[in-house]
Design a protein around this ligand. Structure first.
Ligand code: BG6
Length: 465
């Protein structure tokens, strides 16, 4: 009957990747240098991502995993055929900005880059796979980092809109699902990765961050408007790194801390889905002696161009503690957390919490009443190839099974509207946080080690089946 909730027939099941973590081919097709190319393997990766160490060009003392990644650039036909064999209905990928505009500020796009993605999208459609395209997944041309300081400059909006206009026109009829900025809240934790910004000495870091955030939020709204104008079929989503914060105890201070921590996630999507900065965000910014750099028309732009759906990544729940030391005991996806004694963790220490997935889904749906799209969920783990070539990744199967069950409950029992679900790293790829390939997420194994050695051959894991 009317109240019986179920997965939609056209539910978009599939997998997700990002250009810099997957493509490689970084010197091919006249591609330019991007911020994420300069993220090294090893301890310094975190320092560069947070801007504590500045990397403007390659340094021979480091290894840069994005340069070859898993070579999707040359393997895409084979990879998409494997996705089709698994029954994918959608494939999430991102556009490498510097394939289209190598420096970011050119007037004419690079045809080779445009042709590459056109071929990829056509290959998807051959199998009835609908592309889901992230316009910006941790990706900023280094030329724009060097010349205008990345997203701290309002000029970025113009360059980004120019990119999006080219993409929307060129891929009309091939792509209709788009995400603006991947994990837009990551900017608070990984500012160089998320926005190409490095802090200057003695500057108010919050001011620099909020300036960049505001520019991205205005860009996101303008891109939403443009997408709808160019093609009425286009559907645009925002994307946030989600995962509810639980209070560590029922102590009121812990609960209050959890509210505050959750708001550091919501304050981005609140603007994108509701069309204005909530009061608590304005106060949060004020308290840190910063201001939102509104231009005259910005409030109208934000108000009139909210997203069609809300997408998010979910790996773990998080735990808030009013005791700062405890609050930083653990980490998942760059978000610090207190330890949750009720949960097991992954080999990288990320808490595994399928029920937390259901809670997170419900909280986002209650808040926005817009369709949700789960665009990342998965388990990073070490895999072993047995002598006969098989890979028994029952831990990954279990993680995904439990999370899918939880999502099913959110749909069938709670009545949440979900458009689709893409697992992170449907094929092994470079880890954003650590730069390793050994932190494997895929159903498809790629024969490549952390230092880029290997045949890059693809193998099916048990989870593939
Ligand atoms: C999200 C990102 O942060 O989580 C991905 O959108 C990332 O780019 C994924 O790869 C998993 O994190 P990690 O650090 O294990 O790669």
């Amino acid at each position: 009957g009317e109240y019986k909730m179920a997965f939609k027939k056209d539910f978009l099941w599939g997998g997700a990747t990002a250009a810099n973590q997957c493509e490689g081919g970084s010197n091919e097709g006249k591609r330019g240098l991007a911020n994420v190319d300069l993220m090294p393997l090893g301890k310094e990766r975190y320092l560069v991502g947070t801007g504590k160490k500045k990397m403007y060009e390659f340094n021979e003392n480091y290894f840069y995993p994005a340069l070859t990644a898993v070579d999707f650039y040359h393997h895409y036909k084979e990879d998409i055929a494997l996705f089709a064999e698994m029954g994918f209905k959608t494939f999430r990928l991102s556009i490498a900005w510097t394939r289209i505009f190598p420096n970011g500020d050119e007037q004419t796009p690079n045809e080779e880059g445009l042709k590459f993605y056109e071929d990829v999208f056509k290959e998807c459609h051959k199998y009835g796979i609908e592309p889901l395209v992230t316009l910006n997944h941790f990706d900023c041309p280094m030329h724009l980092v060097k010349t205008i300081g990345g997203w701290r400059s309002r000029e970025m909006i113009t360059h980004f809109l120019k990119l999006c206009k080219v993409l929307f026109n060129r891929y009309k009829g091939l792509v209709k699902y788009w995400l603006t900025f991947n994990e837009i809240n990551m900017i608070l934790h990984f500012p160089f990765v998320a926005a190409g910004i490095y802090f200057e000495e003695n500057e108010n870091n919050t001011q620099a961050t909020i300036t960049a955030v505001h520019h991205q939020l205005v860009a996101s709204a303008l891109v939403t408007k443009m997408a709808h104008e160019i093609n009425q079929e286009n559907q645009i989503g925002c994307m946030v790194a989600a995962g509810s914060y639980y209070p560590e105890t029922c102590k009121p201070e812990d609960y209050w801390k959890a509210i505050c921590d959750n708001r550091e996630v919501y304050m981005f999507t609140d603007v994108q889905a509701r069309g204005y900065y909530p009061n608590y965000a304005i106060k949060w910014i004020e308290k840190r002696n910063a201001i939102i750099p509104f231009a005259k028309e910005d409030k109208e732009i934000l108000k009139n161009n909210t997203v069609d759906f809300v997408s998010f990544s979910y790996y773990s729940s998080r735990v808030s503690s009013s005791d700062e030391d405890k609050g930083n005991q653990s980490e998942s996806n760059i978000f610090s957390s207190a330890i949750n004694p009720y949960l097991k963790t992954s080999q990288w220490g990320w808490a595994i919490d399928p029920l937390g997935f259901r809670s997170t889904i419900n909280e986002l749906y209650d808040r926005y009443q817009k369709p949700l799209f789960v665009v990342e969920n998965g388990l990073g783990a070490k895999d072993t190839v047995a002598e006969d070539g098989s890979i028994h990744d029952e831990y990954r199967i279990e993680y995904l099974r439990e999370h899918i069950r939880s999502m099913k409950a959110a749909v069938e029992e709670d009545g949440v509207e979900i458009m689709g679900y893409t697992t992170w790293g449907c094929i092994d790829l470079i880890s954003n946080g650590t730069g390793e390939v050994a932190k494997r997420y895929g159903f498809i194994y790629v024969d490549r080690d952390n230092l880029g050695n290997g045949s890059y051959q693809r193998k099916k894991k048990d989870s593939f089946y």
